[in-house]
Write a protein that binds this ligand. Structure first.
Ligand SMILES: NC(=O)c1ccc[n+]([C@@H]2O[C@H](COP(=O)([O-])OP(=O)(O)OC[C@H]3O[C@@H](n4cnc5c(N)ncnc54)[C@H](O)[C@@H]3O)[C@@H](O)[C@H]2O)c1
Ligand SMILES: [Zn+2]
Ligand SMILES: [Zn+2]
Length: 346
């Protein structure tokens, strides 16, 4: 079969590799019907995630069809259509027992396309298959379901729920990439009074408007001053960091009102300064998090019922064998306007 293989920093190849086999009784083999690329895959390709070794098949988001199950898999049979989540769960450890699957101690967590071979392939081995996949109902398309593998649960759990977004809130989302846009979309489920998007790219601010931002703040404005103006000088109830650089985290701590919440979603590679000398007296709560995907069943119901529209994230479609072209398009998002690219089995 063909798969997208990480060959070391800066190098990737869509090439022939062996078809995966069941290696543990809890495994399933899934034929990949639809797959996408994440910004994290680009980070891996830059060499930012040293745990990923050359030879690793990338990708942690897929929709597919079960072709084979191990003897200990009870909830899946060949032919089932499933969502393969970015987080795997052993289902047994102390974190899994409290739905904190991202922190799994039993060999799960973020492993696909990281510590074990991932989804950007014709077939994939899914460890802990019973507790790491979701059955898909007939009413949801492959490509809409695919948005539930990572971006929607990440933004909802780590941004909106950790941020405690509530009716009437002013919510500022810093960074309007797929994650920030999904945060805007899922924040609106709670009827905030104002959603503000901050980004440097005009194309992303235009997308933020389409996803329901009321106000957009661009590169030439002073976001803290604009947010103060919008909130009678107080600041935002919730600031969601969806970039992953020190300056945007620090900006979020300045944007938020006394008693407000900063929900960090961005993956950081460099230290940010925590200005406790300003923050201690303002009752500010800061949360961090890796997605757990405990909200996936809820979000799947909402997408299936038409209460949450996943389709607008998809800007480009390719056949699975156009993987190289899809990477090209996704990695030049500023020029191509790419949000999520979807590759489907031909
Ligand atoms: N916590 C988790 O579990 C989790 C899961 C998935 C992704 N992430 C992280 O979420 C972040 C966002 O992901 P994405 O896919 O949307 O990324 P992305 O790169 O597509 O989007 C980031 C956006 O931030 C904007 N930006 C860059 N610098 C900025 C600045 N100084 N001020 C304002 N805007 C700025 C960019 O123009 C871009 O639109 C990344 O760090 C990603 O790794 C976290
Ligand atoms: Zn991802
Ligand atoms: Zn576990």
């Amino acid at each position: 079969m063909k798969a997208l293989v990480y060959e070391g920093p800066g190098r990737r190849e869509w090439k022939e590799v062996p078809v995966p086999e069941i290696t543990a009784p809890t495994d399933a083999i899934v034929r990949v019907d639809a797959v996408t690329i994440c910004g994290t895959d680009l980070h891996i390709l830059k060499g930012d995630v040293p745990a990923v070794e050359p030879g690793r098949i990338l990708g942690h988001e897929a929709v597919g069809t079960v072709t084979e199950v191990g003897p200990a898999v009870g909830g899946l049979t060949a032919g089932d259509r499933v969502l393969v989540s970015c987080i795997s769960a052993c289902g047994r450890c102390r974190y899994c027992r409290t739905a904190r699957y991202g922190q799994c101690l039993g060999g799960g967590g973020w492993i696909l396309g990281h510590r074990v071979d991932g989804t950007q392939a014709e077939y994939l081995r899914v460890p802990f298959a019973d507790t790491s996949t979701h059955h898909l109902p007939g009413g949801v398309s492959d490509e809409s379901a695919l948005m539930l593998a990572d971006i929607l649960p990440t933004s909802y759990e780590v941004g909106v729920l950790n941020g405690g977004v509530s009716p009437g809130d002013t919510v500022v989302v810093v960074g309007a990439g797929p994650i920030g846009l999904a945060a805007i979309g899922t924040a609106r489920l709670f009827s905030p009074s104002t959603v503000v998007a901050v980004d440097l790219a005009q194309s992303r601010l235009d997308a933020a408007k389409r996803f329901g931002a009321d106000v957009t703040i661009g590169a030439h404005a002073d976001p803290a001053a604009r947010v103060a103006e919008l909130t009678g000088g107080l600041g935002a109830d919730v600031a969601i960091e969806a970039v992953g650089v020190p300056e945007t985290f620090e900006l979020c701590t300045r944007l938020v009102r006394p008693g407000g919440r900063v929900a960090n979603v961005g993956v950081h590679g460099a230290p940010a300064t925590l200005h406790l000398e300003d923050l201690w007296i303002r009752d500010v709560t800061i949360t961090t998090g890796l997605v757990d995907t405990y909200s996936t069943p809820t979000l799947l119901k909402m997408v299936t019922a038409g209460r949450l529209d996943a389709a607008p994230f998809i800007t480009h479609r390719f056949g699975l064998h156009d993987m190289e072209k899809a990477y090209e398009t996704f990695s030049r998002a500023a020029e191509t306007g790419a949000l999520k690219v979807v590759l489907t089995r031909e």
